[in-house]
Design a protein. Structure first.
Length: 266
């Protein structure tokens, strides 16, 4: 699936930018650069979410075919800059972007959310990966909210003594790999009132979450603190060193196209 206009002479004079998306920050960047006639940007979705919102710039869905495929795309499309605004847990895509940009000699900048930090009242059990999170639930039966998406649910199948609540963006195409599971299909953002109602109705006594980060802590983490629920917090995966910033304005400065005041209010 794609929406890529044919290259014209007018496009040739614009800065050609590839945005690796999948986050609210990527969408925000797309909204801003769409109003800048000096930039021609393409937003790339990984394709894990069905029917993504159509951005105001050219876009594509799906992988590139590994490092070599991404390198070929960058060269074929005359991409001058790449902004990696993928999810902090999309480590493979980020690593591929580092290698492909180096091979194609294309500058790369990561737009990366700062990780969440535990504060007073949080009951975090920090682990390194999904397998460790499943093991950390323990032997005693628990009622667990899995705030991890659909990709890694199978890791919890060997722990059938627990009851799970799973929230997904899209309805699953196959049965969940969990013996005792309830499912909620919904798209964020989610507020505290809704998270509290959901967790209370399920009688959750533990939460499993990825440290997705952001300037505002997730509502489910706030509610876990309020309800004194333990949170198994999965640390971010390793990504090789790269230049990174935390705000859209910093990306625009790097592109050499700082936003005008009207654009900052988008």
């Amino acid at each position: 699936m794609s929406s890529l206009p044919a290259m014209t002479s007018s496009l040739a004079t614009r800065l050609r930018v590839l945005i690796l998306g999948g986050t609210a920050e990527a969408n925000r960047l797309a909204q801003v650069v769409a109003k800048d006639p000096r930039i021609y940007a393409v937003l790339s979705y990984a394709g894990r979410t069905e029917n993504p919102a159509k951005p105001p710039i050219a876009w594509r869905v799906g992988g590139f075919g590994g490092i070599d495929g991404l390198k070929h795309y960058l060269m074929a499309e005359n991409i001058a800059r790449v902004v990696d605004a993928t999810h902090p847990f999309a480590a493979q895509m980020s690593s591929h972007a580092i290698a492909a940009c180096a091979a194609a000699n294309v500058p790369l900048l990561a737009l990366e959310r700062p990780p969440w930090q535990a504060v007073a009242g949080d009951r975090w059990i920090e682990v390194d990966d999904i397998g460790a999170a499943a093991a950390a639930l323990g032997a005693a039966p628990r009622r667990v909210f899995l705030g991890i998406g659909r990709q890694h649910l199978a890791a919890f199948a060997p722990h059938p003594q627990h009851a799970y609540l799973v929230r997904l963006v899209d309805p699953p195409r196959a049965p969940l790999p969990l013996r005792d599971a309830e499912m909620v299909v919904a798209r964020g953002p989610f507020d505290r009132a809704g998270e509290r109602a959901m967790l209370t109705k399920f009688c959750a006594d533990m939460i499993v979450a990825k440290n997705a980060g952001g300037n505002q802590v997730s509502a489910k983490i706030d509610v876990a603190r309020e309800l004194a629920l333990p949170v198994i917090m999965i640390r971010r995966p390793f990504v090789p060193a790269r230049q990174k910033v935390e705000t859209v304005d910093e990306v625009l400065h790097w592109l050499g196209h700082d936003a005008a005041p009207a654009e900052r209010g988008v």
